[in-house]
Design a protein around this ligand. Structure first.
Ligand SMILES: [Zn+2]
Ligand SMILES: [Zn+2]
Length: 368
């Protein structure tokens, strides 16, 4: 049996797709060049080392695709939300069974705001006969909602025209389903039109996907249901779209902040929190700045806490089953846990818990 529990972030931006702008690119290039010494630019190898040594927010980017998180768990394919990030998931799946019309996956929806469904019409495995998908949403009328998005005024291919089989089971009145040996539970969250968080449990480990959620009433008894749902999670993926100040100004917008994420994660004894659904207004430098404020906040409210945290970014994979990690043990919390290095390496060379990108692996120096 395939024992695995990999979580890959494929779209981490909230509300609307947010490509890197020309101004942002220039800022990154300027900052990089300011750091360069003549010896860094000597030849291809020194240039490569120099680029690898740059902070992620200068050398890379957190990503502009809207929410989609892919999980490969015990041989099953689970996908959470169909934001624009799902397009590339589809391209990657085509290389395996899905390209032959033999793929099987579950897609779970937190809700159907545009940023969580807009990638679906571009998910190529839907167009291949023989593939089988189970679409799960505790909201009423998922099918109708997805049909509307693909009515002829808005998209040329109707939702009913896909060649793959799309099952939409009625989960009304339920609060969990099993997929193979995996349990997926859900809980209603506070968001305009409501949203649902999912808790995925497998092999004694758990991941919670909690996006598009506001915690309006911060009294302990009101937060208790969320704390219970997040309890002891190995990874909590948390809507931290706003700064704490934004959250006060934008009450009822349905989003939360890194500070509230830290509060809940500490109370729920979460091991690691991934900040997610980044605000389209905030560039990579701002995200890192918010992260460093959040580090100070964690130190002030829970100096003894072992909570790990990071800013999620596109194509980052977290291996949930590898918990004992010399890398993690020595880690200070860093805004981005790894570096993309652009060249594939053997995953087995990395000890303990690994945080890998699709295209490369971490530079362990970041952690030591
Ligand atoms: Zn959203
Ligand atoms: Zn929403």
């Amino acid at each position: 049996m395939d024992e695995s529990f990999h979580v890959t972030f494929r779209g981490v931006r909230g509300s609307i797709g947010t490509p890197v702008s020309l101004v942002q690119m220039e800022e990154k290039l300027t900052k990089a060049l300011e750091r360069a010494q003549p010896e860094d630019l000597k030849d291809a190898s020194t240039r490569k080392s120099f680029i690898d040594s740059l902070p992620f927010e200068i050398r890379g980017c957190f990503g502009g695709n809207t929410p989609c998180v892919q999980m490969q768990v015990g041989g099953e394919n689970l996908i959470f939300d169909g934001g624009t990030g799902i397009r590339q998931v589809g391209q990657d799946l085509l290389k395996g069974d899905f390209g032959k019309g033999q793929g099987k996956a579950h897609i779970f929806f937190s809700h159907t705001h545009w940023d969580h469904i807009q990638g679906l019409p571009f998910f190529t495995p839907f167009y291949i006969k023989g593939n089988h998908f189970t679409l799960v949403s505790p909201h009423d009328n998922l099918k109708k909602r997805l049909e509307v998005q693909q009515s002829p005024e808005y998209f040329p291919v109707p939702f009913d025209a896909y060649s793959a089989t799309l099952d939409i089971p009625d989960v009304h009145g339920k609060s969990e389903i099993s997929v193979g040996d995996i349990k997926v539970k859900w809980q209603e969250m506070c968001h305009p039109g409501k949203s649902f968080s999912y808790r995925i449990e497998y092999a004694g480990k758990s991941v919670v996907y909690a996006t598009d959620a506001e915690y309006k009433n911060l009294r302990a008894e009101k937060l208790q249901p969320y704390v219970d749902f997040f309890r002891d999670a190995d990874l909590l993926i948390f809507d931290s779209m706003f700064t704490f100040g934004d959250g006060l100004e934008r009450r009822d917008w349905g989003h939360s902040s890194t500070f509230i994420g830290v509060d809940l994660a500490v109370d729920a004894n979460v091991k690691e929190i991934a900040f997610f659904h980044h605000d389209p207004r905030y560039d990579d430098f701002k995200l890192v700045d918010i992260f460093s404020q959040t580090q100070k906040y964690l130190k002030s409210i829970a100096p003894e806490s072992n909570l790990k945290m990071f800013l999620s970014y596109e194509d980052l994979t977290v291996d949930i089953l590898q918990v004992e990690s010399p890398i993690q043990d020595k880690a200070e919390n860093v805004p981005y846990p790894i570096k993309l290095n652009g060249k594939g390496q053997n995953l087995s060379q990395i000890p303990g818990k690994i945080l890998v990108s699709k295209n490369g692996l971490l530079n362990q120096d970041d952690f030591l």
